[in-house]
Design a protein around this ligand. Structure first.
Ligand code: SF4
Length: 230
């Protein structure tokens, strides 16, 4: 069996109870500080969104200063090519990349993030947010899964915790179990997606100023349209 398929088997066998135990022992309550939704200095916010998650965000209720209402929203309003591997040229961003990142505004923050007058943050597409946002600050230690930005700062069993001011706070068993179920769903999904990307990948040769994004559905242009079939 290939490594990704082996990891997918492991992800499917993860015990939700064990994951919930680990989350409970680390502890977590979101303070809505917004640090996981915003850029930091020169670093833009980067979070993976799978193609169906981008479509959900495209039609999600809610709007912000940086994202138009659903009826006027396009793929590019919700997602941008994952920046890794792309090159800034005289003609603009160029090259091939894998997967999509949530779109960012001029400050490098997620376009769906909005700060209230009291300084707390909120996601305007909260009910449709991607799995990686639903499970922040946790990840599972399987190498084929994606890790949020930043190093792990704590771990328990197979669960890793990333930088977040809400860590160490008490969490109810019900909330830990819910988070554990979503964390398992995310691990399985990330590995299925990674296998899909690997299997669909056909090298392309984007010209200057062109970007091709490979996801589990094939090669796409920056506006989400398939590369082929034009
Ligand atoms: S960094 Fe942690 S506490 Fe702050 S908004 Fe994100 S999950 Fe909540």
């Amino acid at each position: 069996m290939q490594p990704l398929e082996e990891e997918l088997e492991q992800a499917r066998e993860l015990s939700v109870d064990d994951l919930a135990d680990a989350i409970e022992s680390i502890g977590f309550e979101c303070t809505r500080c917004g640090a996981c939704c915003t850029g930091h200095g020169e670093d833009e916010h980067i979070a993976t969104a799978f193609p169906d998650e981008v479509r959900d965000l495209e039609s999600a209720d809610g709007e912000s200063d940086a994202v138009p209402p659903a009826e006027d929203r396009e793929w590019r309003d919700a997602a941008r090519p994952m920046p890794y591997g792309l090159e800034e040229t005289d003609e603009g961003l160029s090259g091939e990349t894998f997967e999509w990142a949530l779109q960012t505004d001029g400050c490098g923050d997620c376009v769906f993030y909005e700060e209230a007058d009291d300084g707390t943050g909120a996601c305007v597409a909260h009910d449709d947010r991607p799995l990686i946002c639903r499970t922040y600050p946790f990840s599972v230690a399987l190498s084929g899964t994606s890790q949020p930005m930043g190093e792990a700062v704590d771990e328990a069993g197979i669960v890793r915790a990333h930088e977040c001011e809400g860590l160490g706070r008490n969490i109810s068993r019900d909330d830990a179990a819910e988070l554990a179920r979503t964390l398992k769903e995310r691990a399985v999904r990330e590995l299925e997606e990674a296998i899909g990307v690997r299997d669909e990948y056909e090298p392309t040769d984007p010209g200057p100023g062109e970007v091709v994004v490979h996801d589990s559905e094939g090669a796409k242009r920056v506006d989400g349209r398939p590369l082929e079939g034009e």
